[in-house]
Design a protein around this ligand. Structure first.
Ligand code: AMP
Length: 268
């Protein structure tokens, strides 16, 4: 990579955990359009899993992934093994303050520490000009933005829109673990987010919208873990509607024991 850089080529990086879908490929497409060389990393990062079973069941489809990447103009695939990335038990600890006290940080203790470790390693190894992430992991993007600033990586970060299945379900590698009935059930997540956004925009209070969401989940096969309306700036829960404030409506829910997340952005 240093060699390519010396030759003045721009490098785009798309970090992934594999089992690639059109969401990942949309990030690659943006990288291909904006850079001379596009690198996709595939690494199921153990340190970001707070649940061992989730890690063990994480889908692996390396052959299919490599085929998709070669068809989509990926120049370099970085496919390290565990020992290459973690030579020793890592002792690094990152703290992101209030940013990690809510939502994914609250329900997945240690998750963002693992994300910060792997992203820092990838940034150092690949040294990209630009790195591409998905809005689906919105809180993760906010944390990586802070990491990039605080450690002076100087990398341009791009947050790309959420790609969805025809029924609205956000694409995710974990969807591979759902039955077709589960995929149908999971489609309510996006429907509820959209309806909540509409309720907020038509003057309903935050507590009314939260009750609406809880009731909708009670009447479904999906189990709500959290629903939060947060400020886009600091991911703090919004308690009172301030006109013009940019926020995100974020959900985590379980369907058939698979944990799914989704969000939408809204200006109040
Ligand atoms: P993952 O392999 O799940 O760690 O995701 C790798 C990158 O792809 C992350 O930046 C995700 O936010 C992004 N991503 C995952 N799902 C989607 C999606 N449905 N649309 C767009 N980007 C996504």
């Amino acid at each position: 990579m240093r060699e390519k850089r010396r030759l003045g080529r721009s490098i785009g990086l798309v970090p992934t955990m594999g089992a690639l879908h059109d969401g990942h490929l949309s990030l690659l497409k943006a990288s291909v359009e904006e850079n001379d060389i596009s690198v996709v990393s595939i690494f199921v990062n153990p340190t970001q899993f707070n649940n061992q079973e989730d890690f063990e069941k994480y889908p692996l489809h390396i052959e299919e992934d490599l085929e998709k990447l070669s068809k989509n103009k990926c120049d370099v695939v970085f496919l390290p093994d565990q020992g290459e990335i973690y030579r020793d038990k890592t002792r690094l600890k990152f703290h992101f303050g209030s940013l990690e006290k809510v939502m994914e940080g609250k329900f997945r203790p240690g998750h963002f520490n693992g994300v910060a470790i792997i992203v820092s390693k990838l940034f150092n190894i690949i040294q990209p000009d630009t790195a591409y992430f998905g809005q689906k992991d919105l809180q993760q993007f906010t944390i990586i933005k802070l990491l990039n600033e605080q450690l002076d990586f100087g990398i341009k970060l791009r947050c790309m829109p959420i790609m969805r299945e025809p029924n609205g379900l956000a694409m995710s590698s974990r969807n591979l673990r759902l039955s077709s009935a589960g995929i149908e059930t999971a489609s309510i997540i996006y429907k509820i987010i959209n309806k909540s956004a509409e309720l907020l925009l038509t003057g309903n209070s935050i507590s009314n919208v939260k009750s609406f969401v809880e009731n909708e989940f009670k009447n479904s096969e999906a189990r709500l873990e959290y629903f939060e309306i947060v400020s886009l700036i600091d991911m703090k829960s919004i308690r009172k509607i301030k006109s013009g404030e940019e926020c995100a409506l974020c959900i985590a829910a379980y369907v058939e024991d698979v944990r799914l997340i989704d969000n939408t952005l809204l200006t109040l």
